[in-house]
Every structure is written in C-alpha cells, then in structure tokens.
Write a protein that binds this ligand. Structure first.
Ligand code: ADP
Length: 653
C-alpha cells in the first residue's frame, strides 16, 4: 500500500482508484461507507451495478458517466450524479474523475466522490420554503429591527399594492395609519424581548390610501448565533371576517329590535303608539333615512293615502308635496301585493308617469332606494303600507325586506288586537249606558203601576175611576213585559237560542192586524197601506215576524212625532216578499245607518229625550236573517226613513 493510499484512507471524501479497464483497485473508508459492499464486487466496472440518474432524476447509462468517459477520453471529468447504492439510498454526488498517466501511458483514474446530499436537501428545503412563502395567501414580510423592509412576498404585493421592488428598503411605517404609529413601537418592543405578537387585529394602509383590516403575527428573526436581527410578520386580510362579524352584529341588533318590537306590540293596544313604534323600528332595521306609515284610506278627493306615522323626517317634508296616490309605484302596496324593493326608484319603469310632477316634486325627500310593504290584517284587509326611502341607491337588501315584512305582520296582529280592544271598549261603554237606560226604562212603568195601585188602594169605592187606573196600570205592565221579553231575546240571540216556530200564514192578515192594533193606540198618524195582494202565504215564525213589524211601526211612530202619515207597503216576486215601513220623521244621518242595527246603539242626540233601549232593530235584523232574509234602511235626515225587510218565499216546503 502506497503512502498515497494511506493518505486517502481517512479522508472524509470518498476516493476510488480504478485501472485502465475501469476495475476498482482501491477504495478508501469514506468510499466504502458511501458505496456499501460495492467494493467487493468483481464486475468489470466498479460502478457497474449502481443505478444512476441525472439531476432531474433521469436514468443515466454507465457509458455516459464521468467514470467511464475518463477512460475513453483520458481527460478529467466533473459531473453531478444521483446514485442509488446497494443500501437503496439515494445520494447526490459530485464526481471528479481524473486520469493517471505513468510514463505517458494511461494507467487508470482517480475518482473523488463528494457527497452533497445534505447540502442539496438544504437547498431544496430553502427553495420549498421560498415557494411556500411566495404562494401563501397571507402577506409575509420581514424587516430589520430598525423597521426597514427586507422581504416582501406576492401576497404582500396583492394585499398592500406595493411591488417587491417598491417595498424592500422602505420603512414599515408606510403601511401604518398615522393614528396607529404607536403600534410599531409596541411591536418592536416585543420583538426585541424575543416575544411573539400573536393574531393582533389592526388596520393598515394600502398604496392607494385605502385602509384594510388585518390580523398580524410578528415573530423575532434570529441569526445563527441566536441574536435577534429583525422580525417576520405574517398579515392576514380580515376584511371578510370583519364583514361577517359586522353582518352577525347586524343580525343580532335586528333580532333585538325585532324582539323588542314584538314584545312591545303584544303589550300595546293603542293604535297610535303601535304605528309610531313600528315605523321607528322598521326605519331603523332597514337602514332607511326616512320611513312612513300610510293608512289605506283616501282623502276627500279619493286620491291620496293618509299619512299616519313618520320616522327620520319632519311631517312638513311630506305635507308640502302631497301624499302618495294610487300610482303604479304605490298601488301594489295598497292592494296588498308583495313587498316592493327597488335599488333606484327613479330608474324604475313604473316611476314618473303621473302628472303633475312626473315623479318626485322638486325639493321632495330624495328617495332613491325604495322599499314598501303592505300591512295586512288577518281578515285580508290592507290596513296600510310601510314606506322607506334612502338618498343612496341599492341600500335595501332582501334581508331588510324580510325583516320589515316580519315586523309588518306583527304590527297587523297588534292592530287587529287594538281594533278588537277598541270595539270591546265601545261595547263596554255602550253596555254601561244600556244598564243605566234599562234601569230607567224598567223603572218608569213600575213607578206608574205603583202610583195607580196607591190611588186604587186609597179610593177602593170609586169603581169608575179605578177602572181607568187599572187599564193604565195594565198598559204599563204590558210595556214592562215587552221590555223584559226584548231583553230576554237579546240574551237568546247572544247564546244562539232564538228558536223559530215555522208555520204557513197570510202575511197580509198579519200586517193588517198589527196596523189596526197600533192605530188604536196612536191617533196622530194615518197609516196608509199599499199591498200588492190580499193574500200572501209565507212559511215563517208568525210571532217573530209580528215582532219585526211592530218594532218598525212603533219606531216610525216614535221618530216622526210631527208627521201625520206612515206608509206600509208590501210587494212580492215569485222568490221573495218585501215589506217597507216609511215615515216622514226626523230621519237618520248617513254615519249612523249601519250602527243602528247593532246592540244597544241609539243615535245620541235622540236617545236623550226619547225612550228606548237600542235593541229593537238588533232583534228585528236577527229575526229576519234567521229567516234567510235581510233588513235595510234608507233615510234622509229631516225627511224620514224607510225600513224594508225581505224574506225569501222558497223556505215554504
Ligand atoms: P230604540 O228605538 O229602542 O232606541 P231600535 O233598535 O229600535 O232601538 O233603534 C235604534 C236606533 O235607531 C234608535 O235609537 C234611533 O236612534 C234609530 N231609529 C230607529 N228607527 C228610526 C226611524 N224610523 N227614524 C229615525 N231613527 C230611527
């Protein structure tokens, strides 16, 4: 063994000597470690059994290797190769094959194999890291302790708008809004202490001046000696997250308004309060600049809807320009169609066709975004509409529309309840009035009767005179029992227990009987009759129909104190008979016509000086409708009234 080979023996680099035929003649320790038992092999080429690849991983045949080429070309070769050794390991080798000449004769070659596997994988790790940094969606920036930017990835470019060239060498404060410059002092303070700032939410400025919400994580960068030389910063754009948070916050706020409004609506029975609350709440949740509730009732001209509640604008803002009318824009709301939501109402095809303004008059509230939803009661009646406006386009979203609809339907229920409550209140006060009246009405005949009885008691002998008082007392008893049976009838109607005893009888006979009876007790009025026939057989409850006729006639007499005539007519067709009682008395104002048929209702100014309980017409109407007929009135104040009832003749079997 030569001194040379001994020198190689312990070199940390693999050294191999081969002869002119490429056969191995010497391998040092490092070579044996690298190649495994390869040195024992006796193949013609020492590297013959290796699998070899170029740097791209493509197989390389032995004749293209530097180890072979040195034999054929007799010149030094240098190449990088990847080999798979007998242990199945892949190694990156830098191969130097140098020819050896002796006496000018080629004697073989010395191959030095430098194992660069570790260095290679270091390189590829670095390349991978760089690729990760480049492809990251988060901005990754490094800076020196002085705050100078030293690296800037693609995401940073996208996020902040500066290119790498523009950013590197600049101070990091170019990204920090003026009012937040203190943050940098705090961040660097932490970095110097070796601490990490984790997920710090803040705002930064882009090249175009826009502010951007970001979350940053800043960590110290240390050199090989562990000394902190700078900081790395990972910044994530949290615009979406912030938007989502805002949205969520909005949802929660809206939900709170919604809950508040449902609660206060369910507790509220005052219409005015309900509508103001609803208008305020819906204006708030929709983000509208102004909101209004309009009742679905038109003004005297039958044109504009009635403004009721307003939010976000003074009342004059509307009153100057006239109320919404039944135009294409407003009609769907007042007809109870779906919600109308338009990003820019001035560009809507339905807009601007109506004189005189052809759109909004000058100086009107600047409505661009438009939202309107009907408020529909349970019965399907459109109570009114909620209208919202905003001077900017595209303000109202689908979600706003749904929220407003939700509140509108709650409002409708509350308004229904309030109406019911009001009706009950009126009914209650009517009932109180009735009790007062009833006591008075019942007491009057009782007082008279007891007066007559006292006179009779004092003068038992005066038979002639007593006869008169007994007659008068009997009349009062009849009146009393009439009142009591009317009251009982009301109770029967209320409880659905007004039975009918149907028989066939001549209606004309009945009319004549009643007229004769009343004519006897009332001498002032002449009762004229116009009957289309002498006989008309109906199948009905004789007593109840008599009650109706008596009631209409006594009313006609009572409410025409200055008149002298009453006309009772009867006409019939094949299907029905109608009976009218016409008087020429005080008449009834149009506003009372419907109500006089309800329980306890009396036209106020009359009630004070004429006796009555306000139940006669209620009972009559009920009796007629139980016969499948109807009772109506036409009247002119000061001229008189005509009450007509009709009953079908078909009920006769
Ligand atoms: P009452 O006559 O006992 O008050 P009704 O139910 O019969 O009760 O009538 C209700 C109300 O209708 C009366 O109080 C009165 O104001 C009005 N009314 C009824 N009939 C007439 C009539 N013929 N002319 C004018 N007003 C009438």
């Amino acid at each position: 063994m030569s001194a040379e080979t001994r020198l190689y023996d312990h070199l940390p680099v693999a050294v191999i000597n081969s002869d002119v035929d490429g056969r191995l003649i010497y391998a040092n320790e490092a070579a044996i470690n690298l190649l495994g038992d390869e040195t024992e092999q006796t193949s013609s080429y020492w590297y013959g059994t290796w699998k070899m690849f170029d740097q791209n991983g493509k197989p390389v045949s032995p004749i293209n290797t530097p180890m072979f080429k040195v034999d054929t070309e007799k010149q030094a070769q240098k190449e990088e190769l990847i080999i798979e050794n007998v242990k199945g390991e892949y190694r990156n080798l830098l191969v130097y094959s140098v020819p050896a000449f002796y006496d000018n004769k080629y004697r073989g070659a010395t191959h030095t194999l430098v194992d660069i596997t570790d260095q290679k994988s270091d390189d590829s790790r670095r390349a991978m890291l760089a690729a990760i940094i480049e492809s990251s969606d988060d901005a990754i920036i490094s800076k020196s302790l002085a705050g100078v930017i030293t690296s800037w990835n693609k995401a940073a470019e996208r996020m902040f708008g500066y290119t790498e060239a523009e950013a590197i060498g600049q101070h990091i404060t170019m990204l920090i809004p003026e009012e937040r410059l203190d943050e940098e002092v705090h961040i660097i303070g932490k970095v110097i202490k070796g601490e990490t700032l984790d997920h710090f939410e803040t705002m930064r400025v882009k090249k175009n001046g826009e502010q951007l919400p970001i979350a940053i994580t800043v960590s110290p960068i240390r050199n090989r000696l562990g000394i902190i030389t700078g900081a790395s910063k990972i910044a994530r754009d949290i615009t979406r997250q912030k938007e989502a948070e805002l949205k969520l916050q909005g949802y929660i706020e809206n939900l709170e308004v919604f809950n508040y409004i449902s609660k206060s609506l369910s507790e509220n029975l005052d219409v005015k309060g309900i509508l103001q609350k609803v208008t305020d709440a819906t204006t708030q949740v929709s983000g509208a600049e102004f909101g209004a509730f309009f009742y679905n009732v038109t003004d005297e001209k039958g044109e504009s809807y009635m403004l009721f509640a307003l939010s976000g604008a003074p009342r004059e803002a509307f009153e100057k320009f006239g109320m919404p009318r039944n135009t294409d824009v407003f009609r769907p709301t007042f007809e109870g169609d779906a919600t109308v939501r338009v990003d820019d109402i001035t560009k809507d095809p339905r807009y601007g066709h109506n004189s005189p303004h052809k759109g909004m008059p000058q100086g009107h509230l600047p409505v661009v975004s438009y939202l309107a939803t009907p408020v529909i009661s349970k019965s399907g009646h459109v109570i009114g509409g909620l209208f919202f406006g905003h001077p900017q386009p595209g303000v109202f979203t689908e979600e706003h529309a749904r929220l407003v609809e939700g509140i509108a339907s709650h409002a409708a229920v509350a308004l229904d309840n309030a109406k019911l409550y009001e009706e009950i209140q009126t009914l209650n006060s009517k009932k109180d009035e009735f009790i007062g009246m009833a006591s008075h009405e019942l007491k009057t005949p009782v007082t008279s009767i007891s007066g007559y009885l006292q006179i009779i008691e004092k003068n038992p002998a005066n038979w002639e005179q007593n006869q008169q008082f007994i007659k008068k007392a009997k009349m009062q008893v009849d009146k009393l029992s009439g009142l009591i049976s009317d009251l009982l009838d009301v109770t029967k109607i209320e409880t659905g227990k007004l039975p009918l005893k149907l028989t066939s009888f001549n209606l004309v006979d009945l009319l004549r009987e009643v007229i004769d009876l009343l004519a006897n007790s009332n001498t002032r009025h002449q009762i004229e009759t116009h009957f289309a026939a002498d006989e008309l057989i109906v199948f009905a409850d004789r007593l109840r129909i008599e009650q109706v006729i008596v009631n209409l006639l006594t009313n006609a007499i009572r409410y025409s104190p200055k008149a002298e005539k009453i006309i009772v007519s009867m006409t019939s067709t094949e299907k029905k008979v109608s009976v009218s009682v016409q008087d020429f008395g005080i008449g009834i104002e149009a506003g009372h016509l419907k109500q006089i048929f309800t329980r306890f209702y009396r036209v106020d100014d009359l009630a004070s000086h004429m006796s009555g309980l306000g139940i006669g017409l209620y009972i009559s109407k009920e009796i007629v409708s139980r016969h499948h007929g109807k009772l109506d009135v036409t009247s002119k104040p000061g001229e008189g009234s005509t009450f007509t009832f009709e009953i079908p003749l078909k009920t006769q079997k």
